[in-house]
Design a protein around this ligand. Structure first.
Ligand code: ADP
Length: 247
């Protein structure tokens, strides 16, 4: 899908957020960008989204051109919903911006809310929903345009652990059902190990990729109780600690 070659990004403040980042993203990947705060994960995600440009290096899309706005879904740590609008209208927003009426969009908005487990909550406003449910609306809004690429920037970081686990489980089910490509930013080793097929370890000052690890867990669903999950968490922790020692 995308080849990133030796990408660098230095902000006008002088901060070198990324240096020499090379990465190949394949169709259908579930990739985690893992590292401590400030190592350039969000900067890299913004380059992939086309919201920012590298100062050095290149991004080359196999399709020849970058994906259009409807081909990319973006989910942030904060659900960023319109507080006065219903769940349905929040999910309708990206279609509305493309000129689709509420009635014409209803099939898609209701299906997207159903996919994230919110059937029956279409008319609820964000203030009437829990943090986990608000994040589900945010994910439905990202999915309603049927994007090929879903970019997620620490979407579950602000949720309690029980809600986070349920959303992680449901995200994996959605990913398998939809077959889109996911790039998921996180600073949680547990989260990266549980979710991703490919775990990209990043280190700060300047932000770089240290290495990539491939998940040995079954793609059709891992259990948190599986000893292979504990082994993977240990291996990623060790690799991350070694990477940070050498920065
Ligand atoms: P992460 O997502 O891993 O926490 P970021 O990509 O947000 O890291 O940031 C990487 C570094 O770049 C940090 O030191 C951050 O302060 C800096 N940074 C990010 N965005 C900007 C910006 N627009 N201007 C200046 N510095 C920035």
């Amino acid at each position: 899908m995308l080849t990133i070659s030796a990408a660098g990004r230095r902000f006008p403040t002088g901060t070198e957020a990324l240096r020499g980042v090379s990465l190949r993203l394949q169709d259908g990947d579930f990739m985690a960008l893992l590292g401590p705060s400030g190592c350039g994960k969000s900067t890299l995600l913004r380059l992939i989204a086309g919201l920012d440009q590298p100062d050095t290096g290149t991004l080359r899309w196999d399709a020849g051109t970058p994906p259009g706005p409807g081909d990319i879904g973006y989910v942030f740590q904060d659900a960023t919903l319109l507080p006065w609008a219903s769940a349905e209208d929040n999910v309708w927003l990206p279609l509305r911006l493309r000129g689709v009426s509420r009635d014409a969009a209803r099939g898609d908005t209701v299906a997207a809310l159903n996919r994230v487990g919110l059937t029956g909550f279409e008319q609820a406003r964000p203030g009437q929903l829990s943090g986990g449910m608000r994040m589900r609306v945010s994910i439905a809004r990202a999915l309603v345009t049927k994007p090929r690429l879903l970019l997620m920037d620490e979407p579950f970081a602000a949720l309690d652990e029980f809600t986070r686990h349920r959303l992680q489980d449901d995200l994996l089910t959605m990913w398998r059902d939809i077959g889109c490509t996911v790039v998921f930013v996180t600073h949680s080793i547990y989260e990266a190990a549980f979710l991703a097929r490919r775990i990209v370890l990043m280190t700060p000052r300047p932000g770089r990729i240290d290495r990539e690890m491939t998940s040995p867990l079954p793609a059709d669903g891992a259990s948190r109780l599986d000893p292979a999950y504990a082994t993977l968490v240990a291996a990623v922790s060790e690799a991350m600690a070694a990477a940070l020692r050498s920065t």
